[in-house]
Design a protein around this ligand. Structure first.
Ligand SMILES: [Zn+2]
Length: 395
């Protein structure tokens, strides 16, 4: 059973629990009601007890059948309708969910709270069914009644993002952040990056357009670790012939997001070339021990560049430092062994290779369950995950 499915079920179980609990309390209070229910309604309540049992036994089709019978008799029970609708949507039966929610909304005596809930559910149905315009419309109706409706704000925001309407996605994100009090700087930064890219891609606009660069700068302000905003801002500065500022922009990632700095090596080198200072690039890189410490990818990238340019000893040094920081990284060990061999330091190469082999063998998975995929070092005659006997095969 997958997750949305499960969420639908648990919502229904909770709703049923609340209804049964409420009914129990009413029964306790009113003797006459109790008698009436026992005499006339015993058949009805049997439907939802059976429904609940099927639900707990993970038999959704039978559960739905019983619950629909119950709903037919207790047609005033809005919560059950809402839960059934959610259940249908979770099972991918969007058409049935839409019908349930539309029928609810059409009721003249529905409370405002229930109407908003049904409208929001309808918006979710339309969204899942791919009816974008109708979903947007339904979300807007919810927000018209309740401007702080978190789920509707989040749903509409996600829709605008998926549709690439970045300015509206940003506006909704700001409203959502104001309501929840929880900022989402990574999301905001990438929306602003997309807004900048949109400006750049419009006709008669160049890469160095000031409005696009403002978007990239805003993205960096809200999330200084946004690699893409740094890259795009730096590239625009290069187009404008301002390589020193581009270098500053790329270099800022070294401290703001050291794990991703390796992604900017290529534009950083181009910026240094444009500034007529290729030497500065190599000097800066050699001094980047802190950045090396945080990223095995930077170590291997930088070493590969050095090796390609013929600086074999420098490459060896970078890899050796890198291995000290990232002792488990095969990406570092592999070129290190090759380089040591190239420098005819075969004994060292062999020693490193043998040590890594031993470490790998020690953690290698030896057995796997052929039925459920459970992996283990030792054999289990009864699989701890799927509880079948004798299903584990050696790998
Ligand atoms: Zn198993």
């Amino acid at each position: 059973m997958d997750f949305p499915h499960l969420a639908g079920w648990s919502a229904l179980v909770v709703t049923l629990g609340a209804i049964i609990f409420g009914a129990g309390r009413r029964l306790g209070r009113e003797e006459s009601t109790q008698r009436r229910l026992r005499d006339d309604g015993g058949q009805d309540s049997a439907f939802y007890w059976r429904g609940l049992n099927f639900l707990l036994a993970d038999e959704p089709d039978k559960a739905i059948e019983e619950l629909v019978k119950f709903v037919r008799i207790h047609s005033e029970t809005v919560e059950i309708y809402l839960s059934l609708g959610r259940l249908f949507r979770a099972r991918g039966e969007v058409g049935r969910a839409i019908r349930i929610h539309q029928t609810l909304i059409a009721r003249p005596n529905l409370s405002d709270e229930h109407r908003t809930a049904a409208l929001h559910a309808l918006a979710e149905d339309f969204r899942q069914g791919g009816f974008v315009d109708r979903a947007v419309d339904a979300y807007r109706q919810v927000l018209h009644v309740d401007p702080d409706h978190r789920a509707a704000l989040a749903g509409l925001q996600a829709m605008h993002e998926n549709e690439g309407r970045w300015d509206m996605a940003l506006e909704l994100l700001k409203r959502l952040e104001a309501v929840t009090g929880t900022p989402d700087p990574r999301r905001e930064a990438h929306i602003r990056v997309r807004m900048g890219l949109e400006v750049q891609s419009s006709p008669a606009v160049s890469v160095g357009d000031a409005r696009a660069m403002d978007h990239f700068r805003a993205a960096i302000r809200v999330f200084p670790g946004c690699v893409e905003a740094h890259r795009l801002l730096g590239e625009a500065l290069l187009v404008l012939g301002r390589p020193e500022e581009a270098i500053q922009t790329f270099e800022a990632v070294k401290s703001a997001r050291p794990s991703h700095f390796f992604m900017l090596l290529d534009p950083l080198r181009r910026a240094h070339l444009q500034a007529g200072d290729e030497e500065g690039f190599f000097r800066g890189m050699q001094g980047s021990v802190a950045a090396l410490a945080s990223s095995a990818r930077l170590v291997t990238h930088w070493a590969a560049w050095l090796e390609k340019d013929g600086f074999l000893d420098e490459a060896l040094e970078v890899l050796t430092i890198g291995m000290a920081y990232h002792p488990r990284s095969l990406a570092i060990v592999s070129p290190l062994i090759t380089l040591l061999a190239r420098r005819e330091r075969c004994q060292e190469a062999l020693e490193i290779a043998r040590r890594r082999m031993d470490e790998l063998l020690a953690v290698q998975i030896a057995f796997q369950c052929a039925r459920c995929g459970f992996k283990a070092q030792d054999i289990y005659w009864k699989c701890p995950q799927c509880h079948q006997w004798d299903t584990m095969e050696p790998l």
